[in-house]
Ligand binder design. Structure first.
Ligand code: PLP
Length: 397
């Protein structure tokens, strides 16, 4: 008989995410009625191939000495990869970074879990802007933090300055922002970020300790129509960037991302030591060695995201034509649509009758909306139009 297991980990393991549940339901329906008859918009799995250089670099690397290729790298990731990342960020954003401010991780999930573990003391508060990636709660609570959710400004999902200011206190250790956003597709404007920075600075002055701003940025390169995604460390000194190549290079299964400590961060060496310590504590050391090398060779290349843009335009215009209300999506590959009835879970259930898989926004801290992941073949969007039309009819839109 094994000993008693922790309630918290059991609860996390047992609770089923809405997204997983829906995608498993979609898989069952596909087996029953054929994949082409199910309009599965449940998962944020990139649908465009990785840039050619990824396969080319992999093939080249496989010719190298197997022992060193597949051996351990340093805990913080290969120095040459960190140098390549720093050079790329310096060129693009005048970031003034060096390899010693970078820590290579197994994707944004690891970047976030490590960053929170590095900075949180038990009871510290982590402010998140709704809608937010549901795993933030697990990452924060696993490190003793308490999540505090701030609603967005209703008209455009930008920062609600008053609500944000009200959430800050001497307990605030970190704020997480995700832009371009999953699930809304909204890109936080420079103005929103500057106001946020000013409020964080004021909070720091009043309490004596400035909160960390953790920027979760796996969708940075997925923006449409020339929208600016401001480089946040240039706006606020205590910024930790959590990046991932999962979406920009279409390699989510290969698990490569990084943590970057902004060039103006105070006591950055201490924070970096805490990041190293958190990586050790969580066992997140040495991300996959082959793909660290692949990413190093492919830095600066992104998957062709024009397909996502076409999908966004098609989906957004046809949903609006049908009378649905959508938040203007500027990036990532998600569209956030207002549920025509207050209960988005009930709406999502009803959509299933037309084989439409739409994720209720409740788990993202935004009830009353559904998320539509449009990283799917364009054909699926065209073919789903009739189903959406029938759904709209049910609500007399
Ligand atoms: N953050 C957000 C907002 C995401 O949407 C995802 C994945 O979908 C992650 C983090 C985790 O990404 P990764 O695959 O790099 O761990």
């Amino acid at each position: 008989m094994p000993g008693k297991l922790p309630e918290q980990t059991l609860a996390w393991g047992r609770s089923r995410s809405c997204i997983r549940e829906l995608s498993e339901y979609a898989a069952r329906r596909k087996a029953e009625i054929g994949a082409e008859n199910v309009f599965d918009f449940s998962l944020g799995n990139p649908s465009v191939p990785a840039p050619d250089c990824v396969n080319e670099a992999t093939a080249e690397l496989l010719k190298l000495d197997s022992v060193s290729l597949h051996g351990y790298t340093t805990a913080a990731g290969l120095l040459s990869l960190r140098e390549a990342i720093a050079e790329n960020l310096n060129e693009r954003f005048d970031a003034r970074l060096s390899a010693d401010r970078l820590y290579v991780t197994c994707g944004a999930a690891a970047s976030l879990a490590i960053s929170l573990r590095a900075v949180l003391l038990p009871g510290d508060e982590v402010v998140v802007l709704a809608p937010f990636f549901p795993e933030y709660r697990v990452f924060a609570e696993a490190s003793g933090g308490v999540l505090k959710v701030v609603p967005p400004r209703a008209r455009d999902f930008q920062l609600d300055e008053r609500a944000f200011a009200a959430a800050l206190s001497e307990k605030t250790k970190a704020v997480i922002v995700n832009s371009p956003n999953n699930p809304s597709g909204v890109v936080l404007s420079r103005e929103s970020l500057e106001r946020m920075a000013a409020l964080l600075r004021r909070c720091g002055e009043e309490t004596g300790s400035a909160p960390f701003l953790i920027c979760d940025e796996p969708y940075r390169e997925l923006v449409y129509g020339g929208v600016e995604v401001p480089y946040v460390p240039a706006l606020y000194e205590n910024t930790i960037v959590c990046y991932s190549f999962s979406k920009s290079m279409s390699i989510p299964g290969e698990r490569i991302g990084y943590i970057a400590l902004g060039a103006d961060m105070e006591s950055w060496r201490e924070v970096y030591a805490a990041v190293m310590g958190a990586g050790r504590a969580l066992g997140y050391v040495n991300p996959p060695s082959l793909f660290q090398r692949v990413v190093e060779r492919c830095i600066g290349h992104t998957a062709d995201v024009s397909t996502y843009r076409e999908n966004r335009d098609l989906l957004c215009s046809s949903l609006r034509e049908l009378g649905f209300e959508c938040v203007e999506p500027q990036g990532a590959f998600y569209l956030f649509m207002r549920s025509p009835e207050p209960d988005a879970k009930a709406f999502s259930e009803r959509a299933k009758r037309y084989e439409l898989m739409l994720v209720p926004g409740d788990d993202f801290g935004c009830p009353g909306y559904v998320r539509i992941a449009y990283c799917v073949p364009g054909r699926q969007i065209e073919r789903s139009r009739d189903a959406f039309a029938l759904l709209a009819k049910e609500y007399s839109l």
